[in-house]
Write a protein that binds this ligand. Structure first.
Ligand SMILES: Cc1cc2nc3c(=O)[nH]c(=O)nc-3n(C[C@H](O)[C@H](O)[C@H](O)COP(=O)(O)OP(=O)(O)OC[C@H]3O[C@@H](n4cnc5c(N)ncnc54)[C@H](O)[C@@H]3O)c2cc1C
Length: 434
């Protein structure tokens, strides 16, 4: 009998966990992702703030599965699902709309930014979801210091050295803390005309700092940010973002570097399936993580919506990994004829956020701690969940080096798309001289 085909779309936390759970399954596993790498999103802010290099938080998906012989990795973008024909529609740089048939389908396509209906903000306030986003933010931050150093008018220094982060959830808080350490210690001796330590860092949010944490941890994080010199502006949404900065609570804050660290929107999986979604657009799934009336289609991770104890599960890596593992195991058991697992149940191991050097907040059940101990736990957990041992070693060494010396790993401005305008005048000058 022909082996069944299991198509997994997305090589993030959920897709990877599903594929690994299928390693002994007598099936053809096809893992499709539009990038060639698995990205450890929780450390994206460290790439944006020059602590880590992009290659330290991402791994080629192909290399992760090099020893898993039943799994084939395909680089391609899924643009739709034909439930009747049981196939996904995939495009790549070479071929468009190729149908790929499945017997089982796992959609694990994650989420992207949401500008809450203000898509015009995207041009001036890049988000932080992909490696390209983090590199773009790093370029912007480093470039601001270069422009300020080259600027002779000291009145312009203030605008160039004002950094605004919109959204005080874990991403905004972690980035603000890391940026504060970066400008006040790493860069302190590198410039002659400007004082990097004078840089203004503003964190804006409509509600609280770390709103999903307890009140006491939210307060601890806010106090820590204040100690690091981060201005926290709460209770107002941003009305405008443009090339000159932001307008919040009727006031303009001039800045050349605004970074979006607020909302997320799920992938279009709900539209592909024409399935019921929650208000955010996440696919409503059943307790066995399948889509109603389609026992062969699973949706997992950030793009899925499932309630537990009357509350929707959060969009965090632990949920994605546990769901991916469950979906893989359920499909395996169905194929080999073993008893099926009971309904999916999320085991919450707790949440953490780091606020600058040597300080984190940690919440796990009734346990709520902040400070150095929480930071050590944060560091250990993050190292443990990096995809390969080489990344674990490399990140560990970099963290120790940065902690001891204050020096960062990757402070390069790499403007991939800007090389053409620079070379054009050179060519023209050569032509003119001929
Ligand atoms: C900046 C940041 C910081 C975070 N920090 C934390 C943290 O500290 N702790 C925590 O628990 N969680 C954190 N999260 C959330 C966590 O990263 C997500 O919950 C988790 O990544 C969800 O896993 P996933 O597999 O559902 O999606 P993802 O990990 O986003 O993976 C989705 C994959 O699908 C691929 N894909 C998407 N669309 C397509 C398509 N059409 N075709 C082909 N491939 C596609 C993508 O390329 C990607 O590889 C953070 C998220 C961000 C953005």
């Amino acid at each position: 009998m022909a082996k069944p085909t299991i198509v997994i779309v997305g090589g993030g936390f959920a897709g990877l966990a599903a594929a690994k759970a299928l390693r002994k399954t007598p099936a053809k596993v096809l893992l499709i992702d539009r990038t060639n790498h698995h990205l450890f999103q929780p450390l994206l802010y460290q790439v944006a703030t020059s602590e880590l290099a992009p290659g330290q938080i991402a791994t080629p998906i192909r290399s992760i599965f090099r020893n898993q012989k039943n799994t084939t990795v395909i680089l391609g973008e899924v643009t739709g699902v034909d439930k009747a024909q049981k196939c996904v529609i995939v495009s790549d740089a070479d071929r468009q709309n190729v149908p790929i048939a499945y017997d089982y389908l796992i959609l694990a396509t994650g989420a992207s930014h949401s500008y809450f209906g203000h898509n015009e903000f995207a041009e001036y306030a890049p988000g932080s979801k992909s490696l390209a986003d983090a590199e773009a933010a790093r370029n912007k931050i480093l470039q601001a210091f270069e422009l300020a150093e080259a600027e002779e008018d000291p009145n312009r220094h203030r605008d160039l050295l004002t950094f605004i982060l919109v959204g005080a959830g874990p991403t905004g808080v972690e980035m603000a803390g890391a940026l504060a350490i970066f400008v006040r210690s790493t860069l302190k001796s590198d410039f002659r005309r400007i004082d990097p330590a004078s840089a203004r860092i503003v964190l804006v949010d409509t509600a609280h700092v770390l709103g999903t944490f307890s009140e006491s941890l939210s307060k601890a994080a806010k106090q820590r940010l204040a100690k690091l010199g981060v201005e926290v502006l709460l209770g107002h949404s941003v009305d405008q973002i443009d090339s000159d900065g932001i307008v919040v609570a009727g006031q303009r804050i001039a800045s050349k570097t605004v970074i979006w660290t607020a909302g997320v929107a799920p992938s279009p999986a709900g539209k592909w399936l024409n399935a019921e979604t929650d208000r955010a657009g996440r696919v409503r799934i059943q307790k066995d993580l399948t889509v109603p009336e389609h026992p062969e289609i699973f949706v997992v991770g950030d793009t899925a919506s499932l309630d537990q104890n009357g509350k929707p599960l959060p969009g965090v890596a632990q949920v994605a990994m546990q769901q991916g593992r469950y979906a893989g195991k359920l499909i395996h058991n169905r194929i080999v004829g073993s008893p099926l697992p009971g309904p999916f149940s999320y085991f919450d191991k707790g949440t953490m956020a780091v606020v600058g050097k040597g300080f984190a907040v940690l919440q796990s059940g009734k346990v709520q701690v902040s400070g150095f101990g929480a930071w050590l736990t944060w560091a250990a957990v993050h190292l443990q969940f990096l995809a390969t041992s080489s990344l674990r070693l490399s990140v560990f060494l970099q963290w120790v080096w940065t902690y001891v010396t204050g020096q960062r790993g990757d402070r390069l401005i790499v403007s991939h798309h800007d090389s053409a305008p620079v070379s054009t005048p050179v060519k023209e000058a050569v032509r003119g001289a001929a």
